[in-house]
Design a protein around this ligand. Structure first.
Ligand SMILES: [Zn+2]
Length: 643
């Protein structure tokens, strides 16, 4: 009964949020203005298949991990216990908070409340937060990110005063207790929280604290002005500067710092970093090779799940700060490929390291820079539990950032997926925009604009760079000047019932990767060879399990790229309840291929990728390609043969 009452109160809280749309808070001077201002959590809600994906996540490990994983159990230091008191509680919350509020799941919201209440009710007298035995600044960075999201979704009045007191305490202590280890390399994530609070309060001493963190932190910009990690790292030269997750988080450092300095060079240095990571470590699914440390471009090397979700959060931040549509293209590439590709379809199991060419997931030594033999199996805690705690933020933060506010109080569609946004635009008019689409599996997006009364405001639409002949129509009338790789801006009076139809034609295209291999891309999706999968349970942990995955069909194919006749045939299937599964893939591409018998398994991976073009005398075959995210075994970087 008590629980039922609690659920009722929580549900009313959720309804309340629907009634009062929230506005974005712009940067205060002297900060530089964002190109787009992020909307408060719950202003954007997922819908359609994307909501279903968040529900899969909530029914999987994310919704149940704390019920059986000791590091998030009742003995967590972040719940007042004597157990894990470092990063795992905060990591979990950084994803659980948006997952709970975007699904509106009362049981998850109750879990969020329990954790948040402990931190909010147990601030130390000097201003410190979290378990008293933790002396590392780093886990608090993460808790601050969770607290901000929680404040936006719940309006809890305790959050802002707690953060004010905490930052004042840290400012006093930083000289005697400076940043160490991880905290040195991740300073920019705390600066985001400082900026958030500054925009709420206007307290200028906060900007001094930001400068202090920067001064004690790692100089990421300098690292890429003279970039020395051009190859796969070795055990001997690996350090916190070559660490994959640190780099993924640092993909926002220069942009965040530019908000404070206004120096052009900071903006340029962000692009320099992205270019270097792509050139020396880029992988076709949108991330860089980082099987703990820089791993080069070989598609049999891996990328850690923490680096995937942190790259996404960095790109969401970059997109807001700098407004370059390229960040939206990259964000979608990672969200729609690398993210789902490293989870089991039911999201009860994940990998530590995923590979672009992933032909066996098993307990075996591989050529990772430093990771262990269980790094590419699907499980609860493969290799190390950081990803187990940190992976939850990927989908919900992506959904929350599909829409942002423009500086002139309009709306920007910065990434696409089925969703609904409610906020206040123009001169204070409430608006709801509904985005109906099966993107990224389909090329059409329909927007319904529903302002409370006719209102003039800007609508900015990101036109993906890959779109071939993109079109935008308002109430059936096509508009001119729509160009790929730009934002398309519409400033006009909108009234209830206005409809926009966007079409981003998706041609099959090839991109070039390691050893002149090619990847097949169409729209934001990367396509991989569909390989028969045999899943073998290797361990049971409570309601979850670890799985090895073995191939049941051949994988050693070269694609036949015949420029004359076109090599690919696209077939659409319904978008079902698990689009990111081998049987539920909503799009399949038939490609021409020939086997390459000399390409064999080595070190439990697809062996060295032959330099293309290659020659094969094997028979011509038609092979199925499915989205990378659906193919848990796959070849993505293919050798190719001209005939
Ligand atoms: Zn991790």
């Amino acid at each position: 009964m008590k629980q039922a009452l609690l659920l009722l109160i929580l549900s009313l809280g959720v309804l309340q949020l629907h009634a009062a749309p929230q506005q974005a808070i712009p940067n205060r001077r002297p900060l530089e203005p964002n190109a787009f201002n992020p909307l408060p959590l719950t202003a954007v809600k997922p819908d359609g298949w994307l909501l279903q994906q968040l529900r899969i996540q909530a029914k999987g490990l994310s919704g149940h991990l704390d019920e059986f994983w000791p590091d998030l159990g009742p003995n967590s230091g972040w719940l007042g216990g004597t157990g894990e008191s470092w990063e795992r509680g905060p990591y979990f919350l950084d994803g659980l908070v948006p997952l709970a509020y975007l699904t509106g799941d009362p049981a998850l919201i109750a879990k969020v409340k329990k954790w948040m209440d402990w931190t909010l009710d147990h601030q130390q007298p000097d201003g410190g937060i979290g378990p008293a035995k933790n002396r590392d600044w780093w886990p608090n960075y993460v808790m601050l990110k969770a607290l901000m999201q929680y404040q936006e979704a719940s309006g809890d009045p305790r959050v802002v005063p707690l953060m004010q007191k905490y930052f004042a305490y840290q400012a006093k202590r930083l000289d005697e207790r400076p940043l160490k280890e991880w905290a040195i390399f991740r300073w920019h994530d705390e600066v985001l929280s400082i900026i958030w609070l500054y925009n709420h309060t206007g307290d200028r001493s906060l900007l001094e604290l930001a400068r202090k963190l920067h001064a004690q932190g790692h100089d990421w910009e300098a690292q890429f002005v003279d970039f020395s990690f051009k190859e796969k790292a070795t055990k001997a030269n690996a350090n916190l500067a070559s660490h994959g997750v640190n780099n993924a988080m640092a993909l926002k450092a220069a942009a965040v710092w530019w908000l404070i300095t206004g120096d052009r060079k900071d903006r340029e240095n962000l692009y320099r970093m992205l270019r270097a990571l792509d050139e020396y470590h880029g992988q076709p699914e949108g991330v860089f090779g980082a099987d703990e440390h820089y791993a080069g471009r070989d598609p049999s090397q891996g990328t850690e799940l923490c680096a995937v979700v942190e790259s996404m959060f960095s790109l969401e931040s970059d997109l807001a700060i700098l407004g370059d549509p390229m960040f939206g293209d990259r964000l979608e590439k990672i969200a729609y490929n690398a993210l789902p590709g490293t989870f089991s379809p039911d999201m009860w199991a994940h990998q530590y390291d995923q590979q672009a060419n992933q032909v066996i997931c098993s307990l075996a030594d591989r050529r990772w820079t430093t990771n262990g033999p269980d790094s590419n199996i699907f499980g609860v805690e493969p290799n190390f539990g950081c990803c187990t705690a940190n992976m939850h933020q990927g989908w919900p933060k992506f959904a929350a950032n599909l829409w942002m506010a423009t500086p002139d109080r309009g709306l920007a569609a910065v990434a696409y997926g089925p969703s609904e946004v409610r906020t206040v635009v123009g001169d204070g008019v409430s608006v709801k925009v509904t985005e109906e689409t099966e993107y990224p599996f389909r090329e059409t997006i329909n927007l319904s604009i529903d302002p409370a009364k006719p209102a003039k405001f800007t609508l900015e639409l990101r036109i993906p760079a890959w779109a071939d002949g993109p079109t935008v129509a308002v109430n059936g009338a096509s508009l001119g000047g729509v160009r790929a790789g730009q934002f398309y801006s519409l400033n006009r009076e909108w009234k209830a019932g206005d409809r926009l139809s966007l079409r981003f034609p998706m041609l099959v295209r090839n991109s070039t990767w390691y050893n002149k291999s090619i990847a097949v891309e169409r729209g934001p999706l990367v396509y991989s060879l569909k390989i028969g999968e045999s899943w073998h349970k290797s361990k049971q942990t409570g309601p979850a399990a670890d799985w090895e995955v073995y191939p049941t069909t051949p994988w050693n194919y070269a694609l036949v790229i015949d420029k004359e006749s076109g090599s690919f045939q696209v077939a659409e299937k319904p978008v079902g309840t698990q689009p990111f599964s081998v049987d539920g893939a909503p799009v399949e591409i038939r490609a021409k291929a020939r086997r390459l018998p000399e390409w064999q398994i080595e070190h439990e991976c697809a062996g060295p990728l032959p330099l293309s073009p290659v020659v094969s005398k094997q028979p011509l075959e038609a092979v199925p390609l499915i989205p990378y995210g659906a193919a848990k075994l796959r070849i993505t970087a293919f050798p190719y043969t001209p005939q």
